[in-house]
Design a protein around this ligand. Structure first.
Ligand code: SF4
Ligand code: MG
Length: 296
């Protein structure tokens, strides 16, 4: 694609996606790496900011909304996915990327996460999974490890940890990956593959939060992370993907593409949506008199 906006460089560079606001994340936060990887992915895909819709949830990851250039919508807590679905249905020529955290997507927004996975609408969902509520200064989240002590669990978390990858496998997600914020080139490639995938792409990113979850440091992750592609793993078997998703997080952390398949997307399935983006259709020419009649 030729970049026509005079404010952009041609070819695109990662800096073209910087807003005027420099990130306010804490020094050493894994969010910087996710921000960098996403900008690299846009450059590799030659996707200029005006072609992208970025929808954010609430949390430290949601503050990303102020630090990136594109069509940005900062939604309510846990409600990024429904807003993104609306944007995609209105114009499915746009690439819609959704960004949230583990609290936002696996607690407040959990039902939206599961239902959107099932729908296979063509979106990319990136979760900054730091295993803690961080914007609210440190409370236990659904992916916090058992025994984790925070303001909300001073005696240690009792509940079983939610397994996002296992949940994605059983909800029928057609692209499932896990990345690590300590490996930007690898994370970039996962984002490129996820954005290219036709259908719902889910990328759970292991994100160190040195301020409110310092035990899960970069070193802690590096001792556990391995790449599926180094094991000659083929991401085409849902049962095998589920088995990998059950590896206990404190011991082994598989990264890479866990599962991928092609299935009709939501917008392809419904003829009304497959007819093309709503914004390009002349709404005055659509006859809804029969529909109105049915309400009488
Ligand atoms: Fe990052 Fe944690 Fe600081 Fe939030 S509190 S900006 S997640 S290091
Ligand atoms: Mg979090």
């Amino acid at each position: 694609m030729v970049v026509s906006n005079p404010n952009l460089t041609n070819p695109l560079k990662a800096n073209d996606f910087n807003s005027d606001v420099f990130p306010t994340w804490c020094p050493g936060c894994g969010d910087f790496a996710i921000w960098g990887a996403l900008k690299n992915a846009f450059v590799e895909l030659k996707l200029p900011p005006h072609r992208i819709v970025l929808v954010f949830g609430i949390g430290c990851s949601g503050n990303f909304a102020s630090f990136i250039k594109g069509n940005v919508f900062h939604s309510l807590h846990g409600r990024a996915l429904p807003a993104a679905v609306g944007a995609k249905l209105a114009n499915h020529e746009l690439d819609v990327i959704v960004i949230g955290g583990d609290g936002d997507g696996y607690a407040e927004g959990l039902n939206h996460t599961i239902q959107t996975m099932r729908s296979n609408i063509n979106l990319t969902y990136i979760v900054h999974d730091n295993h803690v509520y961080s914007l609210t200064t440190g409370q236990t989240s659904p992916t916090s490890l058992k025994g984790f002590k925070t303001k909300s669990t001073p005696d240690g978390a009792f509940e079983y940890e939610l397994n996002p990858l296992g949940m994605a496998v059983t909800a029928g997600t057609t692209f499932i990956a896990r990345g690590f914020a300590g490996d930007i080139p690898h994370l970039t490639q996962l984002m490129v593959s996820g954005i290219k995938h036709k259908g719902f792409s889910f990328i759970d990113v292991m994100q160190p939060c040195p301020t409110f979850n310092p035990e899960l440091s970069y070193d802690w992750y590096r001792q556990r992370v391995y790449k599926l592609e180094d094991k000659n793993y083929k991401p085409d078997n849902r049962f095998r993907a589920w088995e990998i998703s059950q590896e206990p997080l404190p011991e082994k952390i598989a990264t890479g593409i866990l599962y991928q398949e092609q299935r009709p997307t939501l917008e392809e399935h419904y003829p009304q949506l497959a007819a093309g983006p709503l914004v390009k259709r002349d709404l005055n020419k659509i006859d809804i008199s029969a529909l109105l009649e049915s309400f009488k």
